[in-house]
Design a protein around this ligand. Structure first.
Ligand code: M6R
Length: 618
């Protein structure tokens, strides 16, 4: 986790570093820090750090008074704590014993205990609890042993001693103007202009400075100097980095008049679904997925599908399982990505493994997909981030086109994921001939209606606020659903707990009587997804079971469905739709409910505690 940034150029870097850190804050905000190099060799390194949670960056900006005027080379970091509590001592950049080398790092150094024991035995003084600090001291040792190799040589030597994941950037006072960066698994992009070279954990952090980016691959080392970037592999052989031109709209990453990013992103959902659907349908009514570089013949030879993902992406995958099995008649297993590779899944070249990840960087999913490739399975990634690590390694990519999502809680990207997965399910059915063309065409027409239905569901926001107000003092919530309503219930519970820190559990409603119903007592608030999908009647029977034990019941119901409404104390209305598309519409009031509840509790919806937008640790 964490975000890193580095800039070297011919103009003061401080403001650009702070602006970039602000855009990286979604990756963690336990602390923030900066180090600036002196303009000439031999000057002192300047460092400032702040560890005040969501205020870290503001506080850092207040501590820059003593910064050397006009410093043109610097590195910065925003942290999501793994090793070592959030504190100033543990904040990056970390320095060596001499205070002349500074380093920022995103990732985990798995052998840091062993390395720090060796460093301490050799006389180094470590001043933090982090896994990162050992890297600064390893650089110090390498520089003492081979000063002529300089910082880049020291980084190469250091990487030979570490195990784990990293995107890192280091500077040294004896080499002004130089930043050395390296990457394994954790993301790192670079930009270069005539007078500047920049690096960051993601592209948006550097927007406004350049639109031309270079991608650092695993086990490559980059030397950034004003106006140039040189990339070598671990053996020192020069390599040509891949280049990308990015046409991002920076305004899209701002709040557009909404109180917060989450609210803006929730209201962008009709557009997110519409653009994910765009251009997929050929004039003859069939689907074309040009990003899919697996041939139709190969797709026809698939006999099993696995979906791997985490969090909301996992819930999207769960929804897709129903669609792929129903339309494409392929067996689908779905796994929490962090469990997948440790259970020895049975995979071969006839297996399709679908990774679902908004960021394309979640390390659990990335590693699960690498495991799949190891067994020659075909890998298809659904992601919102172009050129993310997962998309670069996949056989095929289906992009969700939701635009940048800044709020930590997934909303518009979640709806776009379900949409993309449903398109994929229909595509598989088309290729495998498991749906009549007329059936597929009819479904595509219904899909085209989804953006308008999501917009309708959003119009009910004020009514959802009323329901949230009515139950604001409830300490816990139970979410129930059946069939495709089950993953919707899981997502509703996840949104509520991550945003409002309330206890919320989602269950398949039919499973309730096997244990969870013991939680129900008079006054327990149960939120049920009771739209008219396949198991609607059975769902209402489960609702009756909790009502008869005194539960207060809130139901998501289709417009005009009085029969369902009669079973509820409060109703969250949504327009009806084809049942396998229903999650795209039915989850909207649950997002609004969680948002509203968090606001009622005075919480920061964009930056919930303990979370980060991109999870690059196992
Ligand atoms: O970037 P990814 O889709 O791989 O992220 C997966 C989860 O970390 C993410 O969905 C997380 O659960 C969100 N906080 C949910 O709102």
């Amino acid at each position: 986790m964490c975000g890193i940034i580095g800039i070297t150029g011919d103009a003061p870097t401080l403001d650009v570093l702070l602006e970039g850190l602000a855009r990286l804050e979604y990756r963690g905000y336990d602390s923030a820090g900066l180090a600036l190099l002196p303009a000439t060799a031999g000057g002192a390194l300047w460092r400032a750090r702040a560890a005040t949670g969501t205020h870290s960056l503001d506080d850092l900006a207040k501590r820059v008074d003593g910064a050397p005027e006009g410093a043109t080379t610097g590195i910065g970091h925003t942290r999501w704590a793994t090793h070592g509590r959030p504190s100033e001592e543990n904040a990056h950049p970390h320095v060596d014993c001499t205070g002349t080398v500074a380093l920022v790092h995103n990732g985990i150094i798995e052998n840091h205990y062993e390395l720090s024991d060796a460093l301490v035995a050799a006389g180094h003084e470590l001043s933090s609890e982090t896994d990162t600090e050992v890297l600064a001291h390893l650089l110090e040792e390498a520089l003492a042993e081979a000063p002529e190799a300089g910082l880049v040589g020291a980084v190469r030597t250091m990487l030979g001693r570490v195990r784990g994941y990293f995107a890192l950037a280091a500077v040294r006072t004896a080499e002004p103007g130089l930043i050395v960066a390296a990457r394994r698994v954790s993301p790192l992009v670079m930009g270069v202009t005539a007078t500047t070279a920049l690096l960051a954990s993601d592209i948006p952090a550097l927007l406004g400075t350049t639109s031309e980016f270079l991608l650092l691959e695993d086990d490559q080392i980059a030397e950034l100097r004003p106006g140039s970037v040189r990339v070598t592999d671990l053996d020192g052989v020069e390599v040509e980095p891949k280049a990308r031109t990015v046409d991002y709209d920076l305004d899209a990453a701002r709040k557009d008049g909404y109180d917060d990013y989450m609210s803006k992103e929730i209201h962008e959902q009709p557009a997110a679904v519409a653009s994910t659907l765009l251009d997929r349908q050929l004039p003859d009514g069939t689907l074309a997925l040009d990003e899919v570089r697996i041939s139709d013949d190969e797709l026809r030879s698939i006999d099993k599908v696995f979906i791997v993902a985490c969090g909301s992406s996992y819930h999207a995958g769960l929804m897709a399982k129903y669609a792929i099995e129903h339309w494409a008649r392929l067996p689908v297993e779905i796994d929490i990505a962090s469990e997948f590779r440790y259970r020895d899944p049975v995979l071969d070249s006839h297996t399709l493994v679908i990774g679902v990840s908004q960021s394309g960087e979640t390390v659990d999913t990335l590693q699960a997909l690498r495991e799949a490739r190891r067994w020659n399975a075909k890998v298809l990634v659904i992601s919102n981030v172009v050129d993310s690590s997962m998309t670069r390694e996949a056989d095929a990519v289906l992009y969700t086109r939701a635009g940048p999502e800044i709020g930590v809680a997934a909303t518009k990207t979640h709806l776009a994921q379900i949409t993309a997965l449903e398109i994929l399910a229909l595509y598989l059915a088309q290729v495998r001939g498991t749906l009549y063309p007329a059936e597929a065409r009819a479904l595509l027409v219904r899909m085209g209606e989804l953006p308008a239905k999501v917009a309708l569901a959003l119009e009910r926001g004020p009514a959802v606020d009323d329901v949230a107000r009515a139950y604001r003092d409830s300490p816990s919530f139970i979410f129930l659903g059946r069939h495709v309503g089950y993953p919707v219930a899981l997502e509703g519970a996840l949104k509520l707990k991550e945003l409002s820190y309330l206890r919320a559990e989602g269950f398949p409603a039919g499973e309730l009587k096997h244990g969870p119903i013991a939680l129900v007592e008079p006054g327990t608030v149960v939120i049920g997804v009771a739209t008219r999908t396949r198991l609607w009647e059975k769902m209402l029977a489960n609702v009756a079971e909790v009502k008869s034990r005194g539960a207060t019941v809130v139901l998501v119901a289709n417009d005009g469905d009085d029969e369902t409404a009669r079973q509820a104390d409060a109703v969250l209305w949504v327009p009806p739709t084809e049942q396998l598309f229903a999650p795209i519409v039915d989850v909207v009031p649950l997002q609004l409910f969680a948002y509203s509840m968090a606001r009622l509790h005075g919480l920061d919806v964009d930056r919930p505690r303990n979370l980060a937008k991109v999870v690059t640790v196992e």
